[in-house]
Design a protein around this ligand. Structure first.
Ligand code: SF4
Length: 415
């Protein structure tokens, strides 16, 4: 039995993919020690040039420390850098996304191999990831049909494909029967779920909500244009988490156009206001410093962020990715300027979040994840973190909080 170590780079999707591979290893032994491993599977990320170099550096360092090791490249990087790493003999083998479930056989090969497969495959293994004993992430789809100009994902993960509805529901049924109450639906472009199977996110949500034991459903991320009337009709359902993450990426139309995004600010604002009027907290992704973001575009953007009922932000500083349209663009924004804009944005949204929490400090339904020395953590329905002090063991319990102390750095309660 060969000893195999997995090294995972990148996003949650890659972490799920590592789980899929691990679950298929029948004739090999998993090890947690990379120096003891005979095979290292590098589940790589290629989202930026920086991500590529981290993977390359890791491969060199592991071969230096463990010269006998066989390095197998998997993940997104196998589709962008696999060929060159294979040809230059930096790796023993390359396996593309569609080959993951065959890993047990692939690792038995004694000859070097390049198995890139295709980008249309959908795994039949649905991986759940558990947080404590009551929250589970469920991957419902793969890939993306959008073509944002800064993003390499469609080229390395393929177009949007959904998992079969019955497989998703079956998985949730099993987990709910085992005490899981909160489900978080994830994927590369979650909101595109169902298009290829003649169904929709709204339909899936309704079916999940009918499963006994399901108490709260969160959706990893949605694109504004994916929110249709059928989805809006579900906003007041008690099982919907009262927080949505809607990826805008920018609020200047000039920048949205450059980024080849499908959303525009006027309709984004109307959408956010409508959803917020149903009592929702709203988060977004935002890229600062994309080429072309001059001072005027930034001033317009930050003014518009002020107008949005926003409570959470994932702010990213633009990072170049070769072979994307953005990488060819001129008018580069200096790193120090991007850094200042990043700070301005996060400070603004932090203040908005604080104001939101002060006006939403009762009736908080919190699923406590784990705790230590009488201090427990969890998220309320608005996706705000709450710290609860109690002499009782409350891990994996739902609690209803009406008396919460709202501080700038978070919410606190004693039970
Ligand atoms: S929606 Fe845009 S940013 Fe997101 S994965 Fe698709 S192409 Fe990339």
């Amino acid at each position: 039995m060969k000893k195999v170590f997995f090294k995972t780079f990148g996003c949650r999707t890659n972490q799920f993919d590592t789980q899929v591979m691990m679950s298929k290893l029948k004739d090999h032994q998993l090890t947690q020690d990379e120096l003891d491993a005979e095979v290292v599977v590098v589940n790589s990320c290629t989202v930026t040039n920086g991500a590529d170099s981290s993977v390359r550096n890791y491969i060199s360092s592991i071969k230096r420390k463990n010269p006998q090791v066989r390095v197998i490249l998997a993940g997104c990087g196998s589709h962008s850098k696999g060929e060159s790493l294979f040809e230059s003999k930096k790796v023993f083998g390359v396996m593309g996304h569609s080959e993951k479930e065959k890993i047990n056989e692939i690792l038995k090969r004694e000859e070097r191999f390049y198995e890139i497969g295709d980008l249309a495959h959908v795994d039949s293994t649905i991986v759940e990831e558990f947080v404590g004993k009551s929250r589970a992430f469920i991957k419902v789809q793969e890939g993306c049909d959008f073509a944002c100009s800064y993003c390499i994902i469609p080229a390395v993960r393929g177009g949007a494909r959904s998992h079969r509805e019955e497989t998703v529901l079956e998985q949730i049924r099993k987990l709910a029967a085992n005490g899981f109450g909160e489900f978080i639906l994830t994927g590369t472009n979650v909101g595109s779920y169902g298009k290829d199977h003649n169904t929709s996110m709204a339909e899936l949500l309704k079916k999940i909500s009918m499963i006994r034991g399901v108490r709260r459903i969160r959706i990893g991320s949605l694109e504004p244009i994916q929110i249709d009337d059928a989805f809006m009709e579900l906003l007041d359902e008690p099982w919907m988490a009262k927080h949505l993450h809607i990826a805008l990426q920018h609020t200047s139309d000039k920048m949205l156009e450059r980024m080849n995004r499908r959303n525009r600010f006027e309709s984004d604002l109307a959408l956010f206001e409508k959803i917020a009027s149903h009592g929702y907290a709203l988060g977004t992704d935002f890229i600062v410093g994309h080429p072309g973001e001059d001072e005027a575009a930034w001033q317009e953007a930050i003014e518009r962020v002020r107008m949005l009922p926003l409570t959470h932000v994932h702010a990213f500083s633009y990072s170049k990715r070769d072979n994307t349209a953005s990488a060819q663009m001129k008018e580069i924004v200096r790193g120090d300027i991007a850094k200042v804009r990043h700070r301005e944005l996060t400070t603004l949204v932090k203040a908005k979040n604080y104001a939101f929490r002060r006006s939403h400090n009762s009736n908080l339904e919190v699923l406590l994840e784990n705790g230590k020395d009488g201090v427990f953590y969890g998220f309320d329905q608005y996706f705000n973190r709450v710290e609860v002090t109690s002499s009782e063991e409350l891990s994996s319990n739902w609690v209803l909080l009406n008396d919460v102390e709202v501080k700038e750095d978070g919410n606190y309660a004693t039970l």
